[in-house]
Design a protein around this ligand. Structure first.
Ligand SMILES: [Zn+2]
Length: 580
């Protein structure tokens, strides 16, 4: 059995029609749309090997998570997409019914109908435990081990050629995807692929890496502008570090555990603890604060491979992370600085509408009341001074500090939480971070965790769908392609390319001089969503003009080369969202 649990602000769902003939009809009440607030949503797929005895294991897992995130509402939601090895419907229904009965003893339980196509909308909270996945089986550990050993032995007996065939199979099933799905765009534009040998970790192709690197270099330019210092930290750490940070207690299930030199170790799921260690490397004075450590942090978090959906849920994430160490007096202006940076990215460059939420102290918190009073006031004042509209989410902050969540809305009306600004009053204490103040007294700094893109992979996926592949020109892997109308025009076309490159040496420009009909060349360039397709025929040669097809527009513009270069330069330099 596979489950994903999501801690949600709300989930809204409505049955649309039967997916399985055999299921019973719904009553008029069951057909209605339902909204459940403040709940733990449990997406469930019952699999062939599952038995009714597994229910207790399922309940144990749900209870465990529910108690950690403190919810009273459970939504059981059959979700077939989690597995390609589903059980017979009758058995699934029985298992889910039993689970519902058991859970009702402690929780308010809501069940979405089994065997129906349903539409649903939800809003997931942003804390580390809000999205977890589990694989459940009633097997005892030693049975599991035996099975694993057996399958290892089986693989051992296979020859490399057979194994190779099994790992080079393409895995993208397009039949259920929309044409603008980033997994389809990724294939058409030759950006990235996935392979079962490393589930949930994208393989970036040359074109995809260009976008990834452009986003990063944009971010680096902002780090420079806002006086961040970039750091880079290791991937693998002895578990001592995770015990100090607390991850070993509450996040271990989602960490990749390994051993190194005979000691238990783990791959970092977050970049904070190593950043704390760099701060701690020597005594710090108030004169060094605020100290802003930025890191292009590559982290790994365990997710079930069956539930990964392209770039939206990945095991390997690249965060544009930063940890800001500051004094209490600096807190407000630091938050304002982050907002200024946020606005450059989302308002000026990507033009996403957004909404802001300030989450305040939860019931179970660490720290003194005065600390929280101060922190909440500083964050709110920073939002006011930044002239940002915001709403307050009472009690939604983390136990270690209040936070600001920003949700953007994409062209498909979906809401995404990418940017987070999280004040942390506990981690500096756990790591015993200090600085000496003006009067020579030792004090503990505050730490702000913040990411603007969130993760580069997810941002890339959203941007691809938001623009349906028509990325702004500064990000397009190929920005201009020159097509020769006939073989007669190849010479002149090459001259045009040379002239453009002389003016814009960094431009990503290529050519298609094949002896095939022009419409085939245009079609190929369009599939790559190349913003500017330049066609050179006899007419263009004679009149010394170029014919340009701009961002998929069917109308062809006739331009002077100088004019084209001038406009293109401005568009790329200003990171314009639209073409000219
Ligand atoms: Zn952090």
């Amino acid at each position: 059995m596979k489950i994903i649990t999501l801690h949600v602000d709300y989930i809204k769902f409505k049955p649309i029609k039967k997916a399985l003939k055999s299921v019973k009809d719904l009553s008029s009440d069951e057909k209605k749309e339902k909204t459940i607030k403040e709940a733990l949503l449990v997406l469930t797929a019952v699999e062939k090997e599952d038995k009714t005895e597994f229910v207790s294991e399922l309940i144990k897992n749900i209870k465990d998570i529910a108690s950690q995130v403190k919810v009273k509402n459970i939504v059981l939601y059959p979700y077939a997409h989690l597995s390609s090895n589903l059980s017979e419907p009758d058995k699934a229904v029985e298992i889910l019914k039993n689970a519902e009965k058991e859970l009702k003893k402690e929780f308010s339980v809501f069940s979405a109908p089994f065997g129906y196509y349903k539409e649903f909308e939800l809003k997931v909270k942003g804390h580390p435990l809000s999205e977890l996945s589990r694989e459940i089986s009633a097997e005892k550990d030693n049975q599991k081990k035996l099975k694993e050993e057996l399958s290892l032995k089986k693989e051992k007996d296979q020859d490399p050629k057979t194994i190779l065939r099994s790992i080079t199979k393409s895995t993208l099933d397009k039949s259920k995807l929309k044409s603008y799905d980033h997994r389809i765009l990724g294939q058409e534009m030759d950006l990235f692929s996935f392979n079962d040998v490393s589930p949930g970790a994208p393989f970036l192709h040359p074109n995809g890496l260009i976008i990834y690197n452009e986003l990063i270099s944009f971010m680096r330019s902002l780090w420079k502008k806002f006086s961040y210092k970039e750091i880079s930290t290791p991937f693998i750490y002895n578990n001592k570090l995770w015990k100090v940070s607390g991850h070993w207690d509450y996040y271990k299930e989602n960490m990749f555990i390994t051993t190194h030199e005979g000691k238990e170790a783990a791959i970092k799921p977050m970049n904070c603890p190593p950043a704390m260690l760099i701060y701690k490397i020597r005594p710090r004075s108030y004169k060094e604060l605020p100290l802003r450590f930025a890191e292009l942090g590559i982290v790994h978090r365990k997710e079930l491979s069956g539930v990964l959906s392209g770039l939206f849920r990945v095991v390997k994430l690249t965060m544009d992370d930063a940890h800001i160490f500051c004094t209490e007096e600096q807190l407000e202006s630091e938050i304002m600085n982050i907002f200024e940076m946020f606005k450059i990215v989302y308002e000026d460059v990507f033009k996403f509408p957004y909404s802001v939420e300030l989450s305040t102290r939860p019931e179970n918190l660490l720290g003194k009341k005065e600390e929280w009073d101060f922190a909440e006031k500083a964050l709110e004042s920073a939002l006011k001074k930044s002239k940002v509209k915001y709403s307050i989410k009472k009690g939604e902050g983390a136990f270690y500090g209040p936070k600001i969540d920003i949700h953007i809305k994409d062209s498909l009306g979906r809401s995404w939480q990418l940017t987070t600004i999280q004040l942390d009053m506990q981690m500096p204490k756990r790591f015993e971070l200090k600085y000496t103040d003006k009067n020579g007294k030792e004090k503990t700094p505050l730490v702000i965790h913040r990411a603007i893109f969130g993760t580069i992979e997810r941002f890339l996926g959203i941007l691809l769908e938001h623009t349906k592949g028509r990325l702004p020109t500064w990000l397009a892997p190929i920005q201009v392609r020159v097509l020769s109308f006939t073989d007669r025009n190849i010479n002149h076309s090459q001259k045009i390319i040379d002239k453009i490159l002389k003016e814009m040496p960094n431009l990503r420009i290529d050519s298609d001089f094949r002896s095939v009909p022009l419409d085939i060349k245009v079609k190929d360039a369009e599939l790559m969503r190349i913003p500017y397709i330049v066609v050179i025929g006899d007419k263009e040669e004679k009149e010394n003009m170029i014919a340009v097809r701009i961002k998929g527009d069917k109308k062809i513009k006739s331009l002077k080369l100088e004019e084209f270069i001038k406009n293109l330069n401005i568009e790329i330099e200003t990171k314009a969202f639209k073409g000219f």
